[in-house]
Ligand binder design. Structure first.
Ligand code: TMP
Length: 248
């Protein structure tokens, strides 16, 4: 693509400008990090898989009325997106207890939550992405009350759609992280990615607590077979999208 300039390099993606100021190009990398980049590695083929899975899910969510930053994919690991100002909050939605929720509360892994839990973390690697209270969130002045209400509503709606979608792929959506951005009209768009890097996904055809893991926890916890788990997620997501397209 012409006139590109590196705007920002994150842990899993590089963002480039394009000749259109309203459009950015995201390149998904195979690099993998965990524990705020204390653990580093590569997951072969991850860039293409995460880009392809995110694109499929963004398109599908758009069709259900969720505005996203997605435009198209010029290559399998590149996504053109609408330029947005990212709101520096990582919105985590949890359906089942896992990860930091278990570490910080003592809840047993696998406990089904009575209703989805929505949490807000400050997107700041230097501070280790701390969990925020609502008062801290407003103290930092990074979002208005009205925007937070809108984001929570969007996150819960996305959760309902994704839970149904993954269930039809024989996958349980345990939890996931979303990021939102504001476009030039101040409209809130779903941004970043939705992929095995940013979701916990458990295979419903497996009962073993390690064998069922289909997401970045395989890398975080050294469970092995990381690539094949990511490939399996991609195959099931694409098959489900194809089926949904066929049925009109
Ligand atoms: P956690 O249990 O470690 O807080 O993670 C909750 C969810 O958020 C899980 O699906 C993984 C995702 N996540 C990210 O996408 N990026 C991150 O930096 C972290 C810590 C979690």
């Amino acid at each position: 693509m012409l006139n590109t300039e590196k705007l920002y390099e994150g842990k899993a993606k590089i963002l480039y400008t394009t000749n259109n100021p309203e459009v950015l190009l995201t390149c998904y990398k195979d690099d993998a990090t965990a524990f705020n980049a204390q653990k580093r590695g590569q997951i072969q083929g991850k860039g293409e898989i995460n880009c392809t899975v995110s694109a499929a899910l963004f398109k599908w969510l758009e069709s259900l009325g969720i505005p996203t930053h997605y435009i198209d994919c010029p290559t399998p690991n590149q996504m053109r997106v609408k330029a947005v100002k990212i709101i520096p909050i990582e919105v985590v939605v949890r359906n089942i207890a896992a990860g930091s929720l278990c570490r910080q509360t003592g809840l047993p892994e696998g406990k089904v939550l009575p209703s989805p839990l929505v949490e807000y973390y400050l997107k700041n690697d230097d501070l280790g992405d701390p969990l925020l209270t609502l008062d801290r969130l407003f103290l930092l002045d990074i979002i208005s009350q009205a925007q937070l209400v809108a984001i929570k509503e969007m996150a819960l709606k996305i959760n309902r759609h994704l839970q149904d979608f993954f269930a039809s792929c024989q996958i349980t959506l345990v939890d996931f992280k979303l990021e939102f951005g504001l476009d030039s009209q101040q409209q809130i768009l779903l941004a970043d990615e939705i992929s095995p890097d940013t979701c916990r996904l458990w295979d419903r055809t497996e009962t073993d607590p390690q064998a069922r893991v289909m997401d970045k926890d395989r890398f975080r916890k050294d469970l092995g077979e990381v690539e094949s788990a990511y490939q399996k997620v991609q195959a099931r997501v694409l098959a489900q999208i194809e089926q949904w397209q066929k049925s009109g």
